[in-house]
Write a protein that binds this ligand. Structure first.
Ligand code: BDP
Length: 684
């Protein structure tokens, strides 16, 4: 198994009794209408059933009374659960002899078909069905950080899947397989290029290429979006300025939007990184983010598109990077046009293995906020460490901002229900590329899958999603499924333990963001170093963000401040995010900070051995090539967990001056030796 088929394998149902039941329930497919997405649904159902049942299932114009079959019906008044605004919901029900899939649109039916196939892929009964489901979040996007030259920023699975040199004439079949995979998990949008955007995408030549891609996505209910380069009017428009209040600039963008919509009538809109990490933006002209975003919203005019304006900004100079996005954006709440959503990363720094939720969630009630998470494992071991990310996503979504009393979760900010927003969105930075198995690490597929499933319904549990995925992708053998799901479920906590326990953050290798480099003290800016964040000294460790420190804690609601503000009661997972704690300070665990820290590094690294053992035990139930691939990656992970452990305990020990606690054996290499390892990765 080369992994190309992802979770859409549709292999023959092995259990003969179950197969017979499915066969008798699916003797034909009948559908109404000529909607293009409905047609996709019909084809997909035929394809899925053919594989699962091992026999072709005919497509009929209408139900046959003496047979049992599956009816796909677009019904504008279909009774689907959830928000009445959603056209994407579906219902699957048993109606007499038949299974009926209804939805208010072709897309609804398509999602229903994938849900029905999933029932069979995971071995559920289909005798009496009553499933109703609607997406909780409206715009569910992947963000590709792909460049025109085929590279992918922070991509670890090969090159970009978009072959710009071949477009628009040749459409790589992978585009269709990609669209299909996204649709199967409920995603409905794709921003196809890097947020550090090239202006080139807005040239007529590229718009034609994008149009060709949009043509592939459309039958799967997916809209295409572009990341735009703020200074495009200057770079490709020949204007002298990109000032959002300049009449010519406004006109240029409006004309550009018209040009795009003429080619791509269902174009989704713009994603913008401005005045961030050296990118140009409205502030270059003394304007603010709202003035920039609103100008683009106006340029979209009557077209059905949106602007997703990123809040990932951190100006050099202010005392704590943690606070900078908040300081720039919070005052603008209420100033954004109705077509604008502000896109906020899950945490205040940058996709660390664990972050407290971003303080902007709950703080901008008048602005719809898109939650941005990262599927590509920039800070989580790239494509060699097995880290299942659903627990990370859930941790953020389930966090209670308490801004409107208890239960004001990030999820309810994002889905718009907390503040009654008309539009809502979620974005995942894609982890796919041209690698045959799409994601490099075979287990990375689960992160793509889990993102889609949570974007659709964030109330699903990480374990339930892992179970579905494992059954569809790896094995149906119950013991193996349980073992794999258990490893997945614990994998993220294990990664945190051997890299950044107790709330440490941003102590990774410079630029590559791989491996440990806690001693990093000089970089392009102070907030790109490690010492800026961990603040180790003779007394202790951690960033004091309470009132006696940077006071970033004050950005949260009083309830959250209370929960995190006292080092004695602050959850240990966030401790060093908010407190500078003495090395000898006893923690709730009964150990001192130093002993707890060392214990976590040691047990974390040892847990990788546990992962290896668990994975070895499922060998008979999993494809041999895939099993060997993961086994090899786990060996690398084990080696690198030891690298992290040794680097961090030896380095922090130079401050704590404490011995490695029993029963752990001190590292057999010196700090100087470990320090050279990161140079190998950075090609120094
Ligand atoms: C950081 C990445 C950088 C991205 C940036 C962003 O290191 O490559 O451009 O985020 O999100 O995580 O804009």
């Amino acid at each position: 198994d080369d992994g190309y088929r992802l979770w859409l394998k549709y292999d023959l149902v092995a259990d003969a009794g179950q197969r017979a039941q499915y066969r008798s329930a699916a003797q034909f497919i009948a559908s109404n209408g000529s909607d293009a997405v409905l047609k996709t649904a019909t084809t997909e159902l035929q394809r899925g059933l053919q594989g699962l049942l091992g026999q072709p299932v005919p497509l009929l114009a209408k139900a046959e009374s003496n047979k049992r079959g599956i009816l796909l019906l677009i019904d504008a008044s279909a009774n689907v659960s959830g928000s009445s605004a959603s056209r994407a919901g579906f219902r699957i029900s048993t109606q007499g002899r038949n299974i009926l899939v209804t939805g208010r649109s072709g897309a609804g039916i398509l999602y229903g078909v994938f849900a029905l196939l999933r029932q069979m892929q995971t071995g559920q009964a289909i005798a009496s069905l009553n499933i109703s489901s609607s997406p909780r979040i409206q715009y569910r996007l992947l963000n590709h950080w792909d460049n025109p030259n085929g590279t992918v920023e922070r991509g670890y699975a090969g090159s970009s899947i978009w072959k710009w040199n071949e477009l628009p004439q040749r459409l790589d079949p992978r585009y269709t397989d990609y669209a299909r995979a996204n649709a199967s998990i409920g995603l409905n949008g794709v921003a196809i290029n890097n947020v550090n955007a090239s202006a080139r995408y807005l040239t007529p030549e590229y718009i034609e290429k994008v149009k060709a891609l949009a043509g592939v996505m459309r039958p799967y209910g997916i809209r295409v979006y572009l990341s735009v380069f703020w200074a495009a009017p200057k770079v490709i428009g020949g204007l002298k300025t990109a000032d959002p209040l300049d009449a010519q600039v406004k006109q240029w963008w409006a004309a550009k939007a018209d040009e795009i919509y003429q080619q791509i009538p269902d174009f989704g809109g713009f994603l913008v990184k401005a005045n961030s990490e050296g990118e140009p933006g409205p502030q270059d002209y003394g304007r603010n983010h709202a003035e920039g975003a609103n100008m683009l919203a106006t340029a979209l005019g009557q077209h059905d598109g949106i602007v997703m304006w990123r809040a990932f900004v951190y100006k050099a100079g202010s005392a704590d990077r943690f606070k900078q996005a908040y300081e720039e954006f919070k005052p603008l709440d209420g100033q954004f046009s109705p077509k604008v959503l502000v896109q906020v990363k899950n945490g205040p720094i940058d996709f660390q293995a664990r972050e407290p939720f971003h303080p902007l969630f709950g703080a901008m009630p008048q602005t719809p906020l898109v939650l941005e998470v990262q599927l590509t494992q920039e800070y989580l071991g790239m494509a060699t460490h097995w880290v299942y990310l659903a627990p990370l996503f859930k941790e953020c979504l389930d966090s209670d901002t308490q801004t409107k009393g208890p239960g004001s979760t990030v999820a309810r900010v994002v889905d718009g229900s907390l503040d009654q927003h008309r539009i809502s969105g979620i974005a995942g930075v894609a982890n796919i590329g041209t690698d045959r198995n799409w994601t490099g690490h075979p287990m990375g597929q689960a992160n793509w899958y889990a993102f889609g499933r949570l974007a659709w319904d964030y109330t699903l549990t990480s374990k339930a999603i892992a179970t579905e995925w494992t059954k569809m992708t790896l094995t149906r053998e119950p013991q193996a499924v349980a073992t794999i799901v258990d490893v997945m479920d614990k994998s993220r906590d294990i990664y945190v333990r051997y890299t950044t326990p107790l709330g440490l953050h941003h102590i990774m290798g410079q630029n590559i963001h791989y491996g440990p480099e806690p001693w990093l003290a000089e970089a392009g800016r102070p907030d790109w170093t490690a010492v800026y964040y961990h603040k180790a000294d003779a007394e202790g460790l951690g960033f004091n963000r309470t009132a006696t420190g940077s006071n970033a804690l004050a950005l949260y609601s009083p309830g959250v401040q209370q929960a995190w503000g006292d080092p004695k009661t602050c959850p240990l997972n966030y401790l060093l995010w908010f407190h500078h704690v003495g090395w000898q300070q006893p923690l709730r665990t009964g150990r001192t900070l130093w002993n707890e820290l060392a214990t976590r590094y040691y047990t974390g690294a040892d847990s990788v051995t546990w992962m290896q053992q668990r994975w070895a035990s499922v060998q008979p139930a999993v494809d041999a090539a895939l099993h060997a691939d993961v086994t090899a990656r786990l060996e690398i992970q084990r080696r690198e967990a030891l690298w992290w452990r040794d680097a961090c305990v030896l380095y922090f020990q130079t401050y704590s001056k404490q011995p490695i606690p029993v029963p752990f054996a001190p590292p057999t290499r010196t700090l100087a030796e470990v320090k050279t390892l990161v140079d190998l990765y950075q090609l120094k």
